[in-house]
Design a binder for this molecule. Structure first.
Ligand SMILES: NC(=O)c1ccc[n+]([C@@H]2O[C@H](COP(=O)([O-])OP(=O)(O)OC[C@H]3O[C@@H](n4cnc5c(N)ncnc54)[C@H](O)[C@@H]3O)[C@@H](O)[C@H]2O)c1
Length: 666
C-alpha cells in the first residue's frame, strides 16, 4: 500500500465549467508565518519535484479563495455516485464509501462542488483535492482487517484492526476548548488543518435535499397540529408558511410544504438556487414581484391547494411587504445559513447577491456591519408578525444566536445573554424534540448501492411492511411518507430514501434489508442517518434544545454515541464540531453501515442500531422528558436481561421551589 499520493506527473489545469456555483472567498486572517505553514501543509501531499511549479499556484488560491483547494487535482468532468460495481476495492465498505463521497461531490448534488462543499455554505467532504485522491487511493486498498483514519479530511493512514471494527473512523473540526471559536477555526482551516464537516457532508452520508424533506415535513405538520389546532388526520391546506433559503437543506422547504398541503413563499437571493429547485420540481412558481407571489399564495389557500412559491429577493423585504399589506402568515421560519452568518451564509437586506459576494471579498468589516443591521430589521419584522398571531420558530440554523450576536439582547429569555435560551423556540424545543426525538424517531436513511431504481422500490415496499401504522400517529405519518415517497419524486443523486423511524423500527428495517441482500433480492445497501437525530448530536440551540436539566451544554451524549457505535462495529463512524449551527456550538456524529447480507452484519445491527438511538432517548429520559421516560420504561420491559436504562425520580416542583426560596431567605 502506498503511503503517499501516487503521482507520476502533475495533472493539467482545467477550466471551471460555466454555471457551476463557486464558493465565495473564505475569511482567513493569516500572518506571514501562518501563510508559510499553509503552503508547506498543502505541498506535503505532493512530491518535492513539483513544488516549484505548484507553490505559486497554491499561494494564489490562498490569496484569492482564502483556502488552498488544489483545484488542478480534481478529476476531470462530473463526479457522481456510480453503482458500487464501478469502483475498485478489496472490501465492500471501501467501494461503498467511494459511492458516498462521489455523490457528495456531484455537480447536481453539491452546493460548491469545486470547493468540495456539499451543503450548508461551508460543509465540506474534505479540505482539498489532494486529500480526496489520497482517501480514494486508501479506500481502494483497504481490507476488512484494517481501519482508515480521517482527521479533518486528512487521511492519517490505515491501521490494522479486525473484521468487526469500523472500516473508517473520521472526525472533523474538533478543537481544543480554548480555541473552539470561529476565528481560530478559520485560521486553522486556512492553514489546511481543520475541515468543517457540517453533518453528512464530512460524514459522507448526504442524500441530496431529500434527506431533510421528511424532517421539514414533520416539523411543519406538527407545528400545525400543535400551534394551529389542526387535527392529527388533516394537513396544512389553506395555511401560509413563509421562510427563506432554497439552498442545500433549505431547498427542502418548498417540497415539504407542498407535501404537507400548505401554500408557501420562500425567499431566496441567489437566482441559481431557485433555478435548480424549479428544474427539480421542488418549487412550483417563481417571481421577483412580491404582489404576484402573495396573490398566487392566497389563491392556493382559498382553493386549499398546496403551492410552493420562490420569491427571488431578500426575506426582510418579503416580511416588510407582508406586514405593510396585512397578510396573515400562519407559520414563519428562516433557513438562511446563519451558522456561517459572516462568511456569506446570510445576505444583508438592501444589497444584491452579487454585491454581497463582492463586499465579502473586499471589505469584511463592512459586510459584517450590513449583516448585523439586516438581522435587526429581520427580527423586528418577526416580532411584529408574532404580535399579529404568526407562529415563528428557529429552524436550527442559529438564526436567533446570530440575532443575539448582532446585539439584540431583547430576544434572550433572561434579557441579558443566551444562557437561558431565547424568547422564540427552536423547532426542536417545541416540535421535533417532544414529538419525535424523545420517542427515538429520527432521520434513518439508506442508499441502494447498486444504483438501481427497482432496488429502491423494493426497499420502500419492505420498509412499509415493517411499520404498524396503527401504533402511534408518528408511525402512521411515516407509513404514509414511505408509501408516497416515489410519487413525490425526491431522489437527487444516488437511489436513496429518508424515513423517520424509532430505535426498534430502524432495527427491524435494517435486518429485513440485510436479509433481502442475502437472498439476492437487492444489491448491497448503505444504512445511515443524519446527525440531526435523537442521540448523535449535542447542540443546545438545536437538537438538545428541549433538554432542560442543565446538561444541554454537555457533549457527552454525542461522544458516547460515536464510541458506542465504534465498539459495536458500524462500518463508518463520524464525530464533528459545529454541525448545522456553527463552530463551538455543537458536537455531532453519524454513522454508515454497509449491508452485505452476512450474518456478521445481522449481529452488528442487533446491538448497534438500538444503541445508536436509545443512548439518546436514555439521556432525554434522564433529563426528565416525559415521552422519553415512557419510551425507556417500555424499552426496559421489552429488553429485560440485555439492556437496562436508568429512570429518574421526579421531584415535586412546589417542594423544590419552596426549599430553594427558604434557603435563599436564610
Ligand atoms: N432544520 C434543519 O433540519 C436543518 C438541517 C440542516 C441544516 N440546517 C441549517 O439551515 C441552514 C441552511 O442550510 P442549507 O444547506 O440550505 O444552506 P445553504 O447555504 O445552501 O442555503 C441557504 C440559502 O439562503 C439564502 N439566503 C441567505 N440570506 C438570505 C436572505 N437574506 N434572504 C433570502 N435568501 C437568503 C442563500 O442564498 C442560500 O441559498 C444552515 O444554517 C443549516 O445548518 C437546518
Amino acid at each position: 500500500m502506498d503511503c503517499v499520493l501516487k503521482l507520476d506527473r502533475l495533472p493539467e489545469k482545467k477550466p471551471f465549467i460555466e454555471g457551476i456555483r463557486r464558493a465565495p472567498r473564505r475569511d482567513s486572517v493569516l500572518s506571514e508565518h501562518d501563510m508559510e505553514i499553509a503552503l508547506k501543509n498543502a505541498l506535503r501531499y505532493i512530491p518535492e519535484k513539483f513544488h516549484k511549479e505548484l507553490a505559486p499556484e497554491f499561494m494564489e488560491e490562498l490569496k484569492t479563495r482564502g483556502r488552498i483547494y488544489g483545484y488542478r487535482f480534481r478529476p476531470e468532468g462530473r463526479l457522481w455516485g456510480k453503482p458500487i460495481d464501478c469502483y475498485e476495492g478489496k472490501c465492500i465498505e471501501g467501494k461503498a464509501f467511494q459511492v458516498m463521497i462521489d455523490n457528495n461531490l456531484d455537480f447536481e448534488v453539491a452546493l460548491y462542488p469545486y470547493e468540495l462543499v456539499t451543503y450548508g455554505e461551508t460543509g465540506q467532504v474534505c479540505q482539498n483535492w489532494m486529500q480526496y485522491l489520497l482517501i480514494k487511493q486508501y479506500l481502494k486498498e483497504l481490507t476488512n482487517a484494517q481501519t482508515l483514519v480521517i482527521e479533518s479530511g486528512h487521511p492519517l493512514g490505515v491501521f490494522r484492526s479486525h473484521e468487526n471494527a469500523p472500516r473508517v473512523i473520521l472526525t472533523n473540526g474538533l478543537m481544543v476548548g480554548l480555541f473552539d471559536n470561529p476565528a481560530d477555526f478559520n485560521r486553522a482551516a486556512a492553514m489546511g488543518v481543520a475541515n468543517y464537516g457540517q453533518m453528512t457532508a464530512g460524514g459522507w452520508m448526504y442524500i441530496g435535499p431529500q434527506g431533510i424533506v421528511h424532517g421539514t415535513f414533520n416539523t411543519l405538520l406538527n407545528a400545525g397540529r400543535l400551534k394551529l389546532g389542526i387535527p392529527k388526520d388533516k394537513d396544512l391546506a389553506g395555511r401560509l408558511f413563509v421562510s427563506a433559503g432554497l439552498g442545500g437543506m433549505s431547498g427542502a422547504q418548498g417540497k415539504a410544504a407542498e407535501i404537507a398541503g400548505a401554500a408557501a413563499i420562500i425567499a431566496e437571493v441567489d437566482y441559481s438556487r431557485i433555478e435548480t429547485r424549479y428544474q427539480q420540481g421542488w418549487v412550483s412558481k417563481v417571481s421577483d414581484d412580491l404582489k404576484t407571489c402573495v396573490e398566487w399564495a392566497q389563491e392556493a389557500q382559498k382553493e386549499g391547494k398546496p403551492l410552493a412559491i420562490a420569491y427571488h429577493g431578500n426575506v426582510v423585504d418579503l416580511l416588510h411587504y407582508l406586514i405593510n399589506n396585512n397578510i396573515h402568515v400562519d407559520l414563519l421560519s428562516d433557513q438562511t445559513s446563519c451558522h456561517a452568518v459572516y462568511e456569506g451564509g446570510y445576505c444583508p437586506v438592501g444589497i444584491s447577491f452579487a454585491e454581497r459576494t463582492r463586499l465579502l471579498a473586499e471589505d469584511h468589516e463592512a459586510f459584517k456591519a450590513a449583516v448585523n443591521a439586516s438581522l435587526k430589521q429581520h427580527i423586528a419584522a418577526i416580532d411584529e408578525l408574532s404580535r399579529r398571531g404568526t407562529y415563528f420558530f428557529d429552524y436550527g440554523n442559529s438564526f436567533l444566536k446570530a440575532v443575539y450576536d448582532a446585539g439584540v439582547t431583547s430576544i434572550c429569555k433572561n434579557g441579558e445573554n443566551e444562557k437561558d435560551g431565547f424568547v422564540y423556540p427552536s423547532y426542536v424545543e417545541d416540535i421535533l424534540g417532544p414529538q419525535l426525538f424523545d420517542y427515538g424517531y429520527g432521520p434513518f436513511r439508506w442508499v441502494c448501492l447498486s444504483g438501481k431504481p427497482e432496488d429502491l422500490d423494493k426497499t420502500d415496499a419492505a420498509a412499509m411492511d415493517c411499520i404498524d401504522p396503527t401504533r402511534r400517529y408518528q408511525d402512521r405519518d411515516n407509513w404514509v411518507w414511505v408509501r408516497d415517497a416515489k410519487k413525490n419524486k425526491m431522489v437527487v443523486g444516488t437511489q436513496a430514501r429518508i424515513l423517520y423511524q424509532d430505535a426498534m423500527g430502524r432495527l427491524k428495517i435494517a435486518l429485513r434489508f440485510n436479509e433481502m441482500v442475502r437472498n439476492g433480492e437487492i444489491g448491497p445497501v448503505m444504512l445511515g442517518r443524519d446527525h440531526h437525530d435523537t442521540g448523535g448530536t449535542d447542540s443546545p440551540f438545536r437538537e438538545t434544545s428541549n433538554i432542560k436539566d442543565g446538561s444541554n451544554i454537555m457533549a457527552d451524549m454525542a461522544t458516547q454515541c460515536f464510541a458506542g457505535n465504534a465498539a459495536r462495529g458500524m462500518s463508518l463512524i463520524a464525530l464533528h464540531n459545529g454541525g448545522g449551527v456553527g463552530v463551538g456550538k455543537s458536537i455531532n456524529g453519524g454513522f454508515g453501515m454497509v449491508l452485505d447480507g452476512s450474518e456478521r452484519v445481522d449481529r452488528i445491527l442487533s446491538s448497534a442500531m438500538p444503541w445508536d438511538t436509545m443512548g439518546g432517548v436514555a439521556r432525554r429520559a434522564w433529563a426528565r422528558n416525559e415521552n422519553a421516560i415512557e419510551t425507556c420504561l417500555a424499552y426496559n420491559r421489552d429488553n429485560e436481561g440485555t439492556d437496562c436504562i436508568t429512570i429518574p425520580h421526579i421531584a415535586d416542583d412546589a417542594l423544590v421551589h419552596a426549599t430553594v426560596l427558604n434557603a435563599l431567605k436564610d
